[in-house]
Structures are given as C-alpha cells and as structure tokens.
Design a protein around this ligand. Sequence first.
Ligand code: AHM
Ligand code: MG
Length: 334
Amino acid sequence: MHIGTTITQFIIEEQRKLTATGDFTSLLNDVVTACKVISKDVDRGALVGILGSAESENIQGETQKKLDLITNDVMIKSNEWAGHLAAMASEEMEDVYPIPPQYPKGKYLLVFDPLDGSSNIDVNISVGTIFSILRCPDGVENPTAEDFLQEGTKQVCAGFALYGPSTIMVLTTGNGVNGFTLDKTIGEFVLTHANMTIPEDTSEFSINTSNDRFWEAPVKRYVDECLAGETGVRGRNFNMRWVASMVAEVYRILTRGGIFMYPKDTKDPSKAGKLRLMYEANPMSFIVEQAGGLSHTGVERIMDIKPNELHQRVPVLLGSKNEVERLVAYHQEQ
Ligand code: AHM
Ligand code: MG
C-alpha cells in the first residue's frame, strides 16, 4: 500500500528545486528523528517515571520538568554528531552548546525549545518542540551567542512538533507551510496538511485573561470589544481558547484561524513579555506569516527585531491577518 509523501521525500523534493547539497535535508532529518523520540517519551510518560519536576531552574528562573531536561538532551544527541551544525542553543541552556570536538562542524545553527508548554505535561495536555535553523555567519569557526542574534527574516527553516492526540510536524522553509502526521505504525511523518493557510478573519481569540489587570490599554480595548460580542462595536460574538501551550494554539490557528496574544504587561516590568524571541516567537512568526497570517509585538513586526540576547523575551500577537492588523492599529492610536 502506498503510504503517501513522507517528510523525508517532501524535503528532498523541495531541496532538489533549489539544487541544495543535501546537507540541510540531512539536518532536518535529524531534527525529525529527535521529535519522534520525544513523541515516544511524552507518550510513555508516567509508565517510565519521567513526569514531574527535575527540581532545578533554567536561565529564565523557571522550574524545569524532568522532561524539559530529557527532551533537551534528545535534541542535542540527535543533532550534534552529523556535521551539519556549527552550534546549538536552547531554552534550557544558558549558553551556546558548541559541537563537541570529536564531531565535524557544519554551516547551520539550530535553536530550539525542546518542550514547549511543559507546565501541561503532568496534566496530559498537548506539548511540543519548536525549532529554528539559521546560517552560521561566514568564517565563524566557534559560534558565540552573538552569531545567533539574527533577525527572524534570516531563518532558513522553522518548525514545530505537536504531541497531541496525533503527533504532527509543521514546517516552513519559506515556501509555504506544510503539516505531517506521524504514522506510529511505520515511524514516518506523512504529509497530511499541504499548504496550510490561516483565514484572514476570525471570531476566536486566545489570551491568558488572568493577566487582565496588567495589560496595556490597546490589548485591554481589543479583548473588551471581543467580550462585548454582538452588543458591542464588533457586532458579533467571539469565542475564546487558552491551552497554555503555544504549539497547540498556533496549530489551532493554522487549522481554523484565530488570534493568539501573549502581550507585554506590567506584572514583571523587567520582562518585555513572556515568550522568547529566538526559539518561540521567531519560528512561530515565520510559520504564521508563511501561512498568510501576521505576527507583531504591537509596535513592530517580530521577524524584523534585531535580537540583543539569546533568551530575549518579546510581546507576541499573531494569527489571522485582519485581527492582528486591528490590534496593531489600536497600539498606533494611543
Ligand atoms: P514554556 O516554554 O516554559 O513551556 O513556556 C511557554 C508557554 C507557551 O507555550 C504558552 O503560550 C505560555 O507559556 C503559557 O503561559 P501561562 O502559563 O502564563 O498561561
Ligand atoms: Mg516554550
């Protein structure tokens, strides 16, 4: 029986159009392998004793889950050996991870959040892995954090795996967005969602409303207007969802539209937002924009930001074009 287009076939055929060397295809294959391993680990969960806290903190001061550390290790071990990468960086590591001296080095940089939404892992709600591939600057042998600080527009590829009822991989290399479902019977991701596009309009919003009192005026206005429904200025009712796993929210938006907001707030004035630019906001922005949506901070397009540090946080407003534009206009009006 024909199984359809596997992710490997898809990547090879895409790269052929660009007369690529095969290096990038192999790198992506290693990332895909890591996500299959993580999918299996998430699936096994309590059976193998890997749920719960690791009783350590990451650089952001967040308590790490055992699975944060396990999945970080899976990403490193799957991607360090093949000679495609010059270095890696992750949400779970303070500094850049250099390729160990016993392995050859390559021309790409890989940055990732190995387990996004990990506060959900112990309650069996969808989590995921987010990644972004950048080019290592020419002539750089031993990349430092500085070499990673490239605008989102420079990404070669961005993707995420979503470990939900199905395991799904969503990818862009700047030529549209495609989704693949893991067929666990054969261990292959198969193309199931070709050319994903985000509807321009939506009546569904997504924000953690427990932060309401800390929001700035434009976000408060936007949400209040959605909540007023058909009796307010919007003249129609809105629905709300909050999964607390960005991977799940973005996948929902790719499937049926919507707007996702993790805005700047005054809860902790030292932070510009909750989500991290390099391994959350930029890859998701690349995917969302390639699917016809928009991704903005309210003040600027996320992918135009010149990063100033590896673990930088940014406000994130992304999804259906017309809703994000409206919210940006509210920021400009103030
Ligand atoms: P994580 O990378 O530590 O899991 O944090 C990022 C997650 C996002 O997936 C999600 O949108 C957000 O944090 C949820 O935050 P909150 O717990 O404030 O609702
Ligand atoms: Mg995350």
